[in-house]
Design a protein around this ligand. Structure first.
Ligand code: UDP
Length: 228
């Protein structure tokens, strides 16, 4: 593959702490991404915000305002992760769908394309820029726009199961599952909006467990054992 997107949840940055940043965890991710980038694969990164805030965290405040906080959390995450990536020798750029002064660049396909072609790791922060959406939808949107060949979803679980393996020890992991099935069986891999966009645009998604050793490198270099 020439260009792929990787989604990290906000919580994946927090390690055991479940909130904020865990530097050793993020440094490990950075080292793995560098191995893939060194092979000439272009990598776009989208990060959630759940280690700080999700729009649904508060039932008191106005949802669009709560979502603004969530989108800002994803930008903080991208700035942090981008800096850790730089510390291990990668060149990076962060795009947002709205202006953030000198902190990020305003997204445009042409500018992002240039960065990919210069060998930079390109971060797409701030989700879609709209409330009521998620970073799952954000990554699908940007991956389609940027003509990526696939989306890698790093999860706390190692693939898609027909039921929750924590509750059902006989749960079966899929090697491959159609988005239609994901929707019909409410498998909740990504939210519905993201699922439908993927289906309509034939964008493949690869779900794998982030916690396994060297998981990103394995998933992106032929040793994928999650769910396509
Ligand atoms: N968000 C939003 N619009 C978007 C993307 C994200 O409003 O296009 C907000 C929303 O409040 C969401 C939060 O940002 O809850 C963090 O994103 P997400 O929940 O996807 O993060 P994750 O759960 O993957 O850490």
């Amino acid at each position: 593959m020439k260009r792929v997107f990787l989604k990290l949840s906000g919580e994946a940055l927090a390690g055991e702490k479940h909130t904020g940043f865990d530097e050793p965890t993020v440094t490990e991710v950075a080292k793995q991404v560098k191995q893939i980038a060194d092979k000439g694969i272009q990598i776009g990164i989208v990060i959630g915000g759940g280690n700080f805030w999700r729009g649904r965290t508060s039932e008191t405040i106005d949802r669009p305002k709560a979502d603004q906080i969530g989108m800002l959390a994803t930008i903080m995450n991208c700035i942090y992760v981008s800096e850790i990536f730089r510390s291990v020798g990668m060149d990076t750029e962060i795009f947002t769908p709205f202006l953030c002064g000198s902190m990020t660049k305003l997204f445009s396909k042409d500018e992002a394309d240039k960065c990919f072609n210069e060998g930079k790791i390109v971060f797409f922060a701030g989700g879609t820029g709209h409330p009521y959406f998620s970073t799952d939808t954000g990554i699908v949107l940007r991956a389609i726009e940027m003509e990526a060949e696939g989306i890698y979803l790093a999860k706390a679980i190692d693939g898609v199961y027909d039921s929750d393996p924590k509750l059902n020890p006989a749960a079966k992991k899929y090697d491959e599952v159609s988005i239609q099935e994901v929707i019909d069986q409410k498998l909740a891999v990504v939210d519905l909006t993201a699922s439908i966009m993927c289906m309509e645009n034939k964008m493949p998604m690869y779900v794998f467990g982030l916690n396994e050793e060297n998981s990103i490198v394995k998933a992106m270099s032929g040793e994928f054992n999650g769910t396509k």
